[in-house]
Write a new protein. Structure first.
Length: 252
């Protein structure tokens, strides 16, 4: 299996004659269902089959691939018998990276909302999530139980009243991909303050973590506020670097 989990390569020890359609190669084989929707099979040599997996693929390292009798033949056009091979893990599977987005400060009536769904390195399959409260530990059973009930979700929301005022809570997130590779712990600090104030989140209008020099960058914001007063905006660049392709950090 490839490093990113998007395709499989099957190498044979000798010349193979075969149709190039996945449904013909794996006719009547339960293996075909593991390839997801509309997989693509390509022979890039007479002994090497490249299988590009479709969406909703479920095949994982350790699964057996079953080649039914008669779909493959040798150079003399003699059909091979049934054959089975095992899907191997890549030598260097992709390592996921946990990403946390949310407000670092909440007021006395707001909830804690942390979003981990932008984490990367899934290998094309759903990630599994594990949230942690690194410190301080939950001060009440209600806090602990509420957190345990949601600590496996991509995003978590906690009633802010469970947090003590003026205490920095360090939340952690680890994500694991289907290669069973777990990310390093990402950490995010949240403080509950007395008073009412708006919360701002910046949304970028491009995919990935970077843009090419000269490319337009579209940014938008979402504001949550428990007050009825008008909101004013002030954008600023907190730091930047002209050379080396460093990120530009923006604040609102």
């Amino acid at each position: 299996m490839s490093t990113n989990g998007l395709y499989l390569r099957v190498t044979f020890h000798s010349f193979v004659s075969s149709p190039s359609d996945c449904s013909a190669i794996f006719r009547f084989s339960p293996t075909l269902l593991l390839f997801g929707d509309s997989p693509l099979c390509t022979w890039d040599s007479s002994s090497s089959l490249l299988i590009t997996l479709g969406s909703s693929a479920t095949i994982i390292p350790g699964n057996n691939m079953f080649f039914p009798r008669g779909t493959l033949s040798n150079e003399q056009n003699v059909a091979f018998e049934n054959g089975t091979t095992v899907v191997l893990s890549p030598l260097y599977p992709v390592t996921p990276i946990a990403v946390i987005i949310g407000a670092s400060t909440i007021d006395d009536v707001s909830s804690v909302y942390l979003d981990g769904s932008h984490s990367t390195g899934s290998g094309g399959r759903p990630l599994s999530y594990r949230w942690h409260i690194i410190l301080p530990l939950p001060s009440t059973p209600a806090f602990a139980n509420a957190f345990i009930s949601i600590n496996h979700l991509p995003s978590i929301s906690l009633n802010g009243t469970l947090l003590d005022f003026n205490t920095t809570y360090v939340f952690g997130l680890q994500v694991t991909n289907f290669f069973n590779v777990t990310s390093p712990m990402a950490r995010y600090n949240v403080v509950r303050r007395l008073g009412r104030f708006p919360t701002a989140i910046i949304h970028k209008g491009w995919s990935g973590d970077s843009i090419i020099m000269g490319q337009d960058a579209s940014l938008s914001s979402s504001i949550s506020s428990n007050d009825v007063y008008a909101i004013s905006y002030l954008w600023s660049v907190t730091h930047h670097q002209h050379n080396g392709g460093a990120d530009v950090a923006l604040s609102l």
